[in-house]
Write a protein that binds this ligand. Sequence first.
Ligand code: C2E
Ligand code: CA
Ligand code: CA
Length: 560
Amino acid sequence: MIKVAAVSGKMRLAAYLALFVASVAMQGGLSSASPYTGVVAQFQVVISVLITLLCSFWGFVVSFAANACLFVFLITRYFMLGDQNVLPGVVICASTVLVTAIIGKYKKVVGTQKDAILDGRLSLERKCAEAQAAEERAAFLATHDEATGLANERNLRNRLAGYVSGQALETGPCGVLLVKVENMRHISLVLGSRFAVAVLQALSKRIEPLLGQDVCLLSLFRHDTFAMLFADAVAMHKMSSDILGVLQANVVIKDVNVKVGVHAGAVVDDGRTGNAEQIMQCAELALLYAVRTRCAEVVVYDESVARAEKRRVEIIAALDGALANNEFSLVYQPQVDVLTGAIKGAEALLRWNSRNLGSVSPGEFIPLAEETQHIATVGRWILDQACKDASQWPEQWTVSVNISTVQLLNDDFKSHISGALSRANLDPQRLKLEITESIMIDDMEFVNSLLSDVKKLMVRVVLDDFGSGFSSLSYIKNIHLDELKIDKTFTQSVSGDKRSQGVLKAIVRLADELGLTITAEGVETQCQAELLANLGFHRLQGFLYGRPMHTVELLKLVVQ
Ligand code: C2E
Ligand code: CA
Ligand code: CA
């Protein structure tokens, strides 16, 4: 319809222009060739009036302009060449301009009736075309993502709802696979939203060829997640690893190379999961679990996923107010000298006895306390309490406190330490801070200046769980450390495993070269203790020497 209106408009304009040229040619030719006669004058007036009347607004413009131009031409001729013949033409042109002007004004009532019908029809056609296009677009946007053109979440949910209600006993279980593209927000912020859309489009093009007839719909979910609805869950299982595989490769757009990570969650609906809403919820929970645990494979929803996520929510809720309710306590695990077996200090380990959840293990709640920043306030309490308890111990004993990266990066960390030391009146040299290798993934220069600042307080810094995570050894020589503490997995593999002993031997040498004390934790047997002593470890810690205990219990060990 837009096309029709456009063609009609063009034809009308062409007609006006043709009349204009004809008018100028006729009127100009006649008037300059010979003096004006009554016929010529009448011809000029008639054609001008006709154009004005028939062709509406543009007719009026053409007619008016033609007569005005002719008037200028003739008057110039009169003044420049003294051509007396043009004088009647000048008068006729002037009066025709006047007549067309009057008609033009009057025509608003008469002439526009036809035009109004034509214009009205055209504008109606245009409006209809626009309305239809808008309607089509709205219908498309209701079911598709505007930027990528992929089916949207609503479309997916509707399709799933229809599928679930219609599936009954006809086919086997269906499946929903969600594949989240990590760092899309980052890509969008750094390289622009258009680039991010292009990345998603490029990735969807990789998925499409893999999807056979088994897939009902490929859609975009929450801006960064591909959602696929499979009619056949078996096909989903088969295809999902291929889908993850094709998404691993970097995306190159206009010479810009980006790395995208993916995580995937899926649900299989055997008709018992519930309605479409509940199926999607399960798929999302599985995806959440995959993202959180950084699982490289597809996590398929089951009861254990649901339980883990529920527990997580409960722990996060229970952490609020736990400190105020005195639900935390500290226990201490002794560390002994490898040669004499005498206690040289103890490591403070946090315990949480929640009012609602009962006893929760640190392995479970500390990562959540870090995630929710609760560790900042709890960490301050730990430092205070550990220093206070240690101030009651024999003077040669040290106290080791585990420090989360979140705490260490806190601006007030140094003042927390000095505050805790001065409140407990504890010698700074008796405090050891246990940090983990995870801190090393941050800006090394920054971490180093932070640690050298902390060390100005005269406290000691221990690298905990050494060898368990980040592999680069280069940082060891640069950062300000006093002690290495090897992970208990090393300790526990030392007996009977020659290769592990070889690695430990190398670590001990490294520590010696760098002048660091070296401690082994997780010592459970006499055999392990002897092997570690022979390898050159300085201190040992583990169930062999004592389980984590309250400070009162620990003090009893002094007497023995
Ligand atoms: P970690 O710092 O490596 O602590 C040593 C863990 O090994 C403790 O577990 C301890 O009970 C356990 N352990 C000690 N000796 C043995 C042994 O001979 N055999 C075995 N199998 N295990 C042994 P726990 O208390 O459950 O703490 C787990 C982790 O939670 C700690 O690992 C530490 O990363 C974190 N954590 C504990 N307390 C705190 C704290 O106050 N602050 C922070 N930020 N993290 C803490
Ligand atoms: Ca530790
Ligand atoms: Ca450790």
